[in-house]
Write a protein that binds this ligand. Structure first.
Ligand SMILES: [Zn+2]
Length: 290
């Protein structure tokens, strides 16, 4: 198999077994091989998704969400996203959110922005957000007809791992961006801490049918670089605290950001900062300019 990011034909099978299919607790019937590119380090599997899968509400249902309760599930995630983007880059700018879902993030930046674009294959969300005055498109290639070379800031969280071709995703971001514009692209990464602590139990969760890719620092950087972006910086973020790891070990399931009476805030924050500093965190973000 050829790596779609760097073109390398050599890969190593790093996992073979059932993988997550939708939300936690749902798995494939058959074993899936996960390959890691020996050059750029991207992890991928062959099962590519039909793009139309994301247009239906089946995908969202599979992930345990419906159009009506999107805000109650996702508004709370906006604060974390704003700590990634900062709040000083949106004023009087054209902002695009690629894979905006029900628009929680866009709602919070729309007041500062001059105009707002959302890219979202799920039709139910698009219709809802069009009513709010956002320019909505199913795919980036549709948005290019109206906004090529004119977007100041592109943000995208938890999307690039779903696309068949991350390099093409970055190229489309590049086409959409104006000269001097910037991108902020976040994606879950392989987290060595969790893989060491939980072994295959974590692998079955990390690898999933919906995530065609698990990118690392190098493969995310390379995707942006090959698309033409410059001044690329990749930062690690730890989204889930020490309470999640410890509780997972106890209850054998992901617990989210729970607090444990025996882990102080101080210790949890220290652990989070440590995983980020050592490049062992669960999330990476690419910052780059056109
Ligand atoms: Zn590669």
């Amino acid at each position: 198999m050829e790596c779609r990011i760097c073109g390398c034909r050599k890969s190593e099978v790093i996992y073979k077994g059932i993988i997550r299919d939708g939300s936690f607790g749902n798995y494939t019937k058959n074993d899936v091989e996960m390959h890691q590119c020996l050059d750029c380090g991207a992890i991928y599997h062959e099962n590519s998704r039909d793009a139309q899968f994301y247009e239906s509400s089946e995908y969202r249902q599979k992930m345990g969400e419906e159009a009506d309760d999107y805000a109650s599930l996702h508004d709370k995630e906006v604060l974390e996203k704003l700590t990634i983007t900062g709040t000083d880059i949106f004023r009087d700018k054209t902002i695009a959110d690629i894979g905006c879902g029900g628009g929680s993030f866009l709602d919070f930046v729309a007041g500062a922005a001059s105009q707002v674009l959302g890219i979202e294959p799920t039709e139910a969300y698009r219709k809802k957000l069009e009513k709010r005055g956002y320019h909505m498109y199913a795919y980036m290639e549709d948005a290019l007809k109206d906004f090529e070379g004119s977007v100041d800031v592109i943000v995208s969280f938890d999307v690039i791992e779903h696309v068949e071709d991350p390099r093409r995703f970055m190229e489309e971001c590049y086409s959409l961006c104006r000269k001097g514009g910037r991108i902020i692209i976040g994606t879950p990464t392989e987290q060595p801490v969790m893989r060491i602590a939980l072994g295959e139990e974590y692998d079955r969760f990390l690898f999933s049918t919906q995530h065609l890719w698990v990118l690392n620092k190098e493969s995310l950087r390379l995707s942006a670089e090959l698309a033409g972006f410059r001044n690329i910086e990749i930062k690690y973020r730890q989204r889930y605290g020490l309470g999640n790891l410890v509780s997972w070990l106890k209850y054998r399931k992901p617990m989210g950001n729970v607090s444990c009476p025996y882990i102080s805030e101080h210790v949890s924050k220290g652990w989070t900062a440590d995983t980020e500093e050592r490049g062992m965190a669960d999330y990476i973000v690419a910052y780059a300019e056109k």
